[in-house]
Design a binder for this molecule. Structure first.
Ligand code: PGA
Ligand code: ZN
Length: 402
């Protein structure tokens, strides 16, 4: 039984305030915290920030913390922590708004959750997801000229998660060597070199055919009107290398032909439903909706009906409660979509998404590069889970689309 709920303000991996909660029960204290991202859209659950410019530049979360310590705590003390849907419903009832603006989704999600996600989902056997390791960052995430936000590698040919982690990490280190040799020590040049380097690194690491490539284009960030500015980050060249949406389809086609690219996230602007539909219908690769969907039930519904994409990028803090996360995953799976559980750019050391991805057998997880504590914690938690499951452990591998 829950005896006390205590929240505090901590900092995420970017040094921006976020919420941590200690859930006291008669079986001990459980701790969890909430991530945060850049690409917040109007359809996702509300991240409640104080807005007092004098404190952490307006990013403080004192109100969310207070909501937990006062209102959520009062509602949850005395409840059984394993009754997930009752707990989530109690918090939703308390908020009363559609996007959780009253209490803040950062306040609602941080309440720690028991590990029986697979039971909550019902009759799935837990499976370890294929990790998508970020090996090159561009877009809004990096100080180079690369328009594409992320280039990732997927060790689909591994037999176990532990092997996938090794393969991904070795390739990541080979990639550093390839980039230094070919383009000098300034990885800014990666912008010019695009995705050639990962292919070379996979070959050098000896994993050709066992590691595939995924892209997060995040094209919304460089869509100007109906065109895409591939040099949007280069002040001198911005506006000179425009591609039409049709040109973008052609570019993706060529890239998928030349490299083992199996998945592309947000290939077009988030409101460009027409071209994303057209691209998905080519069947060239998995098409993931992140900015397109914002993990929003209504946008997912529309995308399913219109065959706009065929995979969901699941950011749990865009949804708000575990019960609703499970509903969203069911919705995606019923449409035979892929599901990618995702971290946010602003992360904490909380590894809940690792447990979630196994419990729901989603098949794919993206949690950044195999470096930096807050990213590694998710991958290391997957190692622990695999170890704990022992002979029962199943790694999705080539069945990553589930
Ligand atoms: P975020 O998104 O920066 O909003 O966390 C990362 C992504 O685009 O996948
Ligand atoms: Zn994305």
């Amino acid at each position: 039984v829950i005896t006390k709920v205590k929240a505090r303000q901590i900092l995420d991996s970017r040094g921006i305030p976020t919420v941590e909660v200690d859930l006291h029960t008669n079986k001990g204290v459980f701790r969890a915290s909430v991530p945060s991202g850049d690409s917040s859209g109007m359809y996702e659950a509300v991240e409640l920030r104080d807005g007092d410019k004098g404190v952490y530049l307006g990013n403080g979360v004192a109100k969310a913390v207070k909501n937990i310590n006062d209102k959520i705590s009062e509602a949850l003390v005395g409840m059984d922590p394993t009754l997930q849907s009752q707990i989530d419903q109690a918090m939703i009832d308390l908020d009363k708004t559609e996007k959780k603006g009253e209490l803040g989704a950062n306040a609602i999600l941080a309440v720690p959750l028991y590990r029986h996600i697979a039971d909550l989902y019902g009759k799935v056997s837990p499976m370890l997801p294929v990790p998508a390791f970020t090996v090159i960052s561009g877009g809004k995430h990096a100080g180079n000229n690369l328009a594409i936000q992320e280039i990732m590698i997927l060790p689909t040919g591994a037999n176990r998660f532990v092997e996938a982690l090794q393969m991904g990490t070795e390739t990541y280190h080979h990639l550093k060597a390839v980039i230094t040799e070919k383009y000098g020590t300034h990885d800014c040049n990666v912008g010019e070199s695009g995705g050639f380097a990962p292919n070379e690194a996979i070959r050098r690491a000896g994993y050709t055919d066992k590691i595939q490539i995924a892209l997060d284009v995040a094209a919304t960030n460089f869509c100007i009107g109906t065109r895409y500015d591939l040099d949007f980050k280069s002040p001198q060249k911005s506006g000179q290398n425009f591609l039409s949406a049709e040109d973008m389809v052609e570019l993706y086609r060529e890239l998928c032909n030349d490299f083992p690219i199996v998945s592309i996230e947000d290939p077009f602007d988030k409101e460009d439903w027409e071209h994303i539909k057209r691209f998905s219908s080519t069947g060239i690769c998995q098409v993931v909706g992140d900015d397109l969907l914002m993990s929003n039930v209504k946008r997912i519904e529309r995308a399913i009906l219109e065959y706009a994409c065929n995979a969901l990028l699941l950011k749990i803090n865009q949804v708000g409660t575990v019960t609703e996360v499970i509903e969203v995953v069911k919705q995606a799976k019923e449409a035979h979509w892929g599901v990618v559980t995702s971290h946010r750019c602003g992360e904490t050391i909380d590894s809940f998404i690792a447990d979630l991805s196994v419990g729901l057998s989603v098949g794919q997880i993206k949690a950044g590069a195999p470096c930096r504590g807050e990213r590694l914690e998710k991958y290391i938690q997957l190692l622990r889970i695999e170890e704990e499951l022992g002979d029962q452990a199943v790694y999705c591998g080539v069945d990553w689309k589930q």
